[in-house]
Design a protein around this ligand. Structure first.
Ligand code: FPP
Ligand code: MG
Ligand code: MG
Length: 378
């Protein structure tokens, strides 16, 4: 389609593949234990944004047109990965030579430029993300998610944590069946990175002092944490998508750079919306970060010009009135505007990373995903 004629809709470009995403994920999560089954599938009921799998699918399609690596894929069984799920949803023992079973797809899509392994990667990416949300809602004592009661509220902390663990287990099985050691290593690293990011977030600053002073390190720490917590999953799954498509090294790096910059922009916008939106707008509690003691980008930028925020950061906004005072100071500063500007900058870098890709509808879709990230209201 010519630009300007029709608005670019990234979802339309991978709609055929997306149609099977939730069903396939629920299939991967099947358990013979009824309450585990219910808890594990709970967050797949409400329609999530599915931003991560969409990016993986668009990246798969966009990189299909890029130069290929000269080395052959070490695993020629990649296309058989979808075997070994019985109709009851219980995973059988690995059998790499089994036919493609239990993997719903449109018969037409056999000719698609998106490989079955890349679709499976999109599902695994969403599984890891959803598992992290189950754990996150326990850690954050969150009561709502995607406009419904959170899993911890619905099932209790113990079941929510175990459902998240189960999900990671099933994601790992599906990942192993891709028969690509580099991709397994990437996604396993993501799981470790999510935990590292969450640990960094438990402290607001690198040295965890009582009365910290603002320094350039304040922002570095926040951005490192943000990479681990959010951008690692997006960037490494983009990288994995390119690898599964046997793209050459330059393309693989570009895919990674796109995901990394987009992931950073995504979290900056998230941290901004936490200040500017209501619970109802977001479908989850707003203003949650200060309540949780977290100093995110808007506050860190405000702190640079308002040193009194240091004390509040140091005691994690826990005294009566701290959160309200911090909020007021953020709105007096240009913290929100600076956060937006930084998010825009990362978006520009994400789009620039795609420069070397040949023009395609999927590439336009990836550019549009970056623009959507800046425009989103929830
Ligand atoms: C949402 O952040 C949470 C994350 C991006 C990652 C959370 C990671 C963990 C809990 C580590 C354990 C994860 C695994 C997979 C073992 P948020 O709380 O800022 O966003 P929210 O407003 O959507 O809750
Ligand atoms: Mg949370
Ligand atoms: Mg959290």
């Amino acid at each position: 389609a010519t630009k300007g004629e029709m608005p670019i809709d990234p979802l339309r470009m991978v709609a055929k593949e997306m149609k099977f995403l939730t069903g396939n994920i629920r299939h991967l999560l099947g358990s013979g234990h009824p309450s585990l089954d219910r808890a594990a599938k709970y967050y797949t009921q409400a329609e999530g944004k599915h931003m991560r799998p969409m990016i993986v699918l668009l990246m798969s399609r966009a990189t299909a047109l890029c130069p290929k690596a000269s080395q052959p894929d070490p695993s020629e069984t990649t296309q058989r990965i979808n075997a070994a799920i019985s109709p009851s949803g219980v995973l059988r023992d690995a059998n790499p030579s089994a036919p493609l079973a239990g993997f719903s797809s449109d018969p037409e899509s056999v000719e698609s430029d998106i490989l079955p392994s890349q679709r499976r990667l999109a599902e695994i990416t969403e599984l890891i993300h959803t598992a992290s949300l189950l754990h996150d809602d326990v850690i954050d004592h969150s009561v709502s998610r995607r406009g419904s009661p959170s899993a911890n509220l619905e099932f209790g902390n113990k079941m929510a944590v175990l459902a998240g663990d189960f999900m990671l287990g099933r994601a790992s099985v599906a990942l192993a069946r891709l028969r690509n050691a580099e991709v397994v290593e990437l996604l396993a690293t993501v799981i470790a990175n999510l935990v590292e990011g969450e640990f960094m977030q438990l402290k607001n600053t690198a040295r965890d002092e009582r009365n910290p002073k603002w320094s350039e390190e304040t922002l570095t720490y926040y951005l490192d944490k943000t990479y681990l917590k959010t951008a690692s999953l997006i960037s490494k799954s983009c990288r994995a998508a390119a690898l599964l498509g046997r793209a050459d090294a330059t393309t693989v790096e570009a895919a990674y750079a796109y995901g990394k910059n987009l992931g950073l922009a995504f979290q900056l916008v998230d941290d901004m919306l936490d200040y500017t939106k209501s619970d109802k707008d977001l479908g989850k509690p707003a203003g949650a970060d200060l309540e949780l003691g977290l100093a995110t980008a808007p506050l860190l930028f405000a702190w640079k010009t308002i040193p009194e925020l240091g004390q509040l950061v140091g005691r994690k906004f826990e005294q009566e009135g701290d959160a309200a005072r911090a909020r007021e100071l953020v709105f007096q500063s240009d913290g929100i505007e600076q956060t937006r500007a930084l998010a825009e900058d990362y978006c520009r870098q994400a789009v620039a990373a795609l420069d070397l890709f040949p023009d395609s509808e999927a590439k336009d879709g990836l550019v549009e995903m970056a623009m959507k990230t800046l425009r989103r209201q929830k």
